[in-house]
Design a protein. Structure first.
Length: 216
């Protein structure tokens, strides 16, 4: 079976009729396409197959350009300049994106990094909830599910946390992410709430300390 532009054609061309055979002036066989074959070729022409292929190629290039634009945009939000962060909406969006990158990195480092794996080996099974809130409203949340010392980040909230780490406000979360705020100070000021299984939180924090090595 041969496929041409997605149209299947039997090898013996039976569906289109066999080529007509004639003899030229020198006695050679000449194969001439049947009317059915002519109609088929004209049908392909009417389908504008070549323009369609060009369009597919154009779309592929455009998709690649769009991916590049998207990655450039992500880089702008995840590696912002001081000028970028002066825009409050940009600041908030950048911080929320960073939150999910960091929570995702915790699982990767806990599962693959030598030091991270050592910390993960002490984490008991259960969900570690992480969230950013504002005036009692959850802005974004994720949880890290621990099972047999393997970590999986789920980018949704959980109703069954074994422990939690909750930031009050994007500015406090950003301060800790950027290393300009102290977790001890935030806890004392009630800007960072932690509770539940202490051993889970202790080892998650150890892994968090290594996130910067990979994301810097």
């Amino acid at each position: 079976m041969v496929a041409i532009f997605g149209v299947g054609i039997d090898g013996d061309m039976a569906a289109l009729g066999r080529a007509e055979v004639a003899v030229d002036a020198r006695g050679n066989d000449v194969h001439r396409p049947t009317d059915k074959l002519h109609a088929f070729i004209k049908g392909i022409d009417r389908m504008h197959c070549l323009p369609s292929l060009c369009q597919i190629q154009t779309n592929t290039v455009q998709n690649a350009v769009n991916v590049i634009k998207l990655t450039d945009l992500l880089s702008k939000y995840l590696r912002p300049t001081e000028e970028d962060l002066k825009d409050e909406q940009f600041y908030r969006t950048s911080t929320l994106l960073m939150f999910h990158v960091i929570t995702g990195a915790v699982s990767q480092i806990g599962n693959e990094d030598k030091v991270g794996k050592a910390s993960a080996s002490y984490i008991v099974d259960g969900n570690v909830r992480m969230a950013i809130t504002e005036n009692g409203k959850v802005l974004t949340a994720a949880h890290i599910a621990a099972k047999d010392h393997r970590l999986t980040t789920v980018h949704t909230d959980t109703d069954t946390p074994m422990s939690l780490m909750e930031f009050e406000g994007v500015h406090n979360a950003r301060g800790l992410f950027d290393g300009v705020a102290s977790s001890f100070t935030l806890i004392c000021d009630s800007k960072l709430r932690m509770g539940g299984m202490i051993s889970q939180l202790d080892n998650i924090n150890r892994i968090l300390d290594r996130v910067g090595l990979y994301l810097a």
